[in-house]
Design a protein around this ligand. Structure first.
Ligand SMILES: Nc1nc2c(ncn2[C@@H]2O[C@H](COP(=O)(O)OP(=O)(O)O)[C@@H](O)[C@H]2O)c(=O)[nH]1
Ligand SMILES: [Mg+2]
Length: 297
């Protein structure tokens, strides 16, 4: 009988630096976008550790009344203001202003580790994905279900993820994480509309329904460093349900943009966005190892 090695034994070490070079020789530019509102106590370490990975560091502030904007400017970030409507609005402002080829979204409250950024962008640089979501289900979370509020959030998000998988033939594990990377062109083509944190599920559902290749990387979610979440399930649950059902069942995908940050390698693998007739998903471990998806429901 053959003995199997544990998964982690054969996986390459987690990347510590971004390989910005696409196989066609082009330098890929990374824009890191940080939505924040009153995160003066939390944002400094996030920006310090994210900056080395960013060709452009954009902080989109929700009219903070503390020193968030001053700290961000001091650390060299470009500071923008959202339109005062919520996190989704901030993400859309970031997308509109960013000049990079790949956009990385990371929260300002310390719940994501910027050192996961290289693993998040790698599949896009390699031309293997258009959209990479950090997964708390694969990477673990300190905030899963310790309280009733967390339990309800997790339960709701799992129902939404399951419904995406079932209807689209995918095997995603997390459709709500704020930590993700997406090809800039793709993000713009999705014409995102959400004003609040429904933006994440909107981005995921629209990406898969438009036929873009989405995959996941294990990222750990930490408890926010200081302060409290801006959201209460009771205030937003109806908007989550509405956005989920609308984008999954009624929204009609627009024409897809083709190509990738690495067009040559896609052509070589015979897997151009034009040719791909169905969305694909690959689950990637934090080390960047690729595991082919199970294609059936
Ligand atoms: N610009 C902007 N950022 C926001 C707004 N609301 C929340 N954020 C940021 O979005 C990220 C996630 O928000 P958080 O309150 O931690 O929500 P949770 O992680 O879903 O509990 C944090 O970096 C917040 O500072 C907003 O209205 N505008
Ligand atoms: Mg948070």
């Amino acid at each position: 009988m053959t003995d199997f090695l544990p998964n982690w034994y054969t996986q390459p070490a987690r990347p510590t630096a971004i390989n910005r070079q696409a196989s066609d020789g082009r330098e890929v530019r990374i824009s890191v976008i940080v939505p924040c509102r009153n995160e003066g106590r939390n944002i400094r370490p996030v920006l310090e550790w994210a900056a080395p990975y960013a060709d452009e560091l954009l902080v989109v502030d929700g009219h903070s009344s503390d020193d968030t904007r001053a700290i961000a400017a001091e650390l060299g970030a470009t500071v923008l203001l959202d339109n005062g409507k919520g996190k989704g609005d901030a993400i859309r402002v970031g997308i509109a202003h960013a000049v990079g080829d790949i956009l990385v979204f990371i929260d300002a409250d310390g719940s994501h580790d910027p050192r996961d950024i290289p693993a998040l962008v790698q599949p896009i640089v390699d031309g293997r994905a258009d959209h990479v979501s950090g997964s708390r289900m694969l990477g673990g979370s300190d905030e899963l279900h310790a309280t009733i509020n967390q339990f309800v959030r997790l339960f709701g998000s799992q129902v939404i993820t399951l419904s995406i998988n079932y209807t689209q033939g995918l095997s995603l594990t997390d459709s709500q994480n704020g930590f993700r990377a997406i090809r800039a062109e793709v993000a713009r083509s999705l014409a995102l509309e959400s004003e609040i944190p429904t933006i994440e599920q909107e981005m995921v559902i629209k990406s898969v329904r438009s036929g873009y290749r989405i995959c996941e990387v294990a990222t750990h979610e930490y408890v926010r460093s200081n302060g409290e979440s801006n959201f209460r399930v009771l205030d937003v649950w109806f908007q989550f349900v509405k956005s989920w059902l609308y984008y999954l069942f009624f929204w009609r995908p627009p024409k897809r943009v083709t190509g990738s940050v690495n067009a040559e390698s896609q052509e070589q693998s015979g897997n151009t966005a034009e040719e791909a007739d169905s969305p694909g998903t690959h689950k990637l471990s934090g080390s960047g190892e690729q595991i082919p998806k199970a294609s059936s429901r």
